[in-house]
Design a protein around this ligand. Structure first.
Ligand code: SF4
Length: 325
């Protein structure tokens, strides 16, 4: 039974799989570096957003050694707008390790991959699968939805619970194509709403379809995000330059640039312009205030004219502020 399902999906993929700039069909990718970069970019970010970034990145840093030689600021600038900047810093750090210890090559086995900065179990499995065609099982949100519906699982589920069910369908011989296929099925056919069951290769075996409960599955527990507030100071000098500062090398948005701001317990009652940004574990609302403080309050700040902002890597939160300006 699993073999039938696996083959049905592989046949469907050969005809209907998406063409993506980091993908090759019919086996392993010729460039494991491209697989690694795309996998890191795709964490928490959509295919549509990643596509342009990936193409620009591969032009700017076409291999591990060139990336390792680049300055971190240059790497952060290329990442600007993708969010979760720790990923970019880890990629840069990993490029150094790969150059120094692995002659600039991506290791072929999972255990070695897991020793590298920024590569966790999911990314290690993805690299083994897409770059080396190994029979690794990769479980992302799309895969969870497809498998939960196929098996008719109505209770709340987690990735570790889905893993063995996904594993029994994984192809022994076509690891890369199979993983791409099940992700594509989730992204284009077995979508969160209005799944296109009529064109699904698994319709005859799908329990959710038989019971007409597709959209009630999967049940994934969502945790409420904590709320935080802050005041951000737009301090301008007589030449029109703004005071900005670099964040410390550790912690949230490390090494990126920002307008000075500080956390406050609650928003003021005045109707001030605001910027809202949702991080992984909390939501932050910043009130924008024009120069209530003197530049001397922020001795680490520098004056930068808005026409030069593009030379400084700002996180997405600060780019929202710049748009407001
Ligand atoms: S039949 Fe429908 S619900 Fe079932 S896997 Fe296919 S698209 Fe998803």
């Amino acid at each position: 039974m699993p073999t039938n399902l696996t083959n049905q999906l592989l046949d469907w993929y050969a005809q209907n799989g998406r063409e993506l700039p980091w993908r090759v069909k019919g086996g392993a990718h010729f460039d494991p570096y491209a697989v690694w970069i795309s996998e890191i970019m795709l964490q928490q970010t959509t295919v549509a957003t990643v596509t342009d970034y990936f193409i620009r990145w591969m032009k700017k840093f076409p291999d591990v050694k060139i990336l390792a030689k680049a300055d971190l600021q240059e790497v952060l600038l290329a990442w600007q707008g993708l969010g979760y900047y720790t990923r970019a810093r880890k990629i840069h750090e990993c490029a150094h390790v790969l150059t120094e210890k692995y002659k600039g090559e991506i290791p072929v086995n999972r255990e070695e991959l897991l020793k590298l900065p920024g590569i966790g179990p999911y990314t290690a499995s993805s690299i083994c699968c897409f770059a080396f065609n190994q029979p690794e099982t990769v479980v992302d949100g799309n895969v969870m939805r497809v498998i939960a519906r196929l098996r008719g699982i109505t209770k709340e589920i987690t990735a570790p619970e889905i893993y063995p069910l996904a594993q029994e369908l994984t192809s022994e011989t076509h690891g890369a194509d199979y993983a791409s296929a099940i992700m594509d099925l989730g992204a284009t056919v077995c979508t969160p709403t209005n799944p296109k069951c009529a064109i699904c290769p698994w319709i005859k075996s799908c329990i959710a379809y038989k019971k007409r409960i597709q959209e009630q599955i999967p049940q994934i527990k969502k945790l409420a995000k904590k709320e935080k507030f802050g005041q951000l100071y737009l301090i301008q000098n007589k030449d029109g330059a703004y005071l900005i500062r670099k964040r410390s090398a550790k912690g949230l948005l490390a090494g990126l640039w920002e307008f000075p701001w500080e956390e406050i317990p609650a928003l003021s009652k005045e109707k001030l312009p605001r910027v809202v940004h949702v991080f992984t574990h909390f939501k932050l609302t910043l009130e924008l205030i024009r120069a209530p403080k003197k530049a001397n309050d922020f001795p680490d700040g520098i004056w930068v004219n808005p026409c030069n902002f593009n030379q400084y890597p700002f996180p997405t939160l600060m780019q929202k502020v710049i748009k407001k300006l």
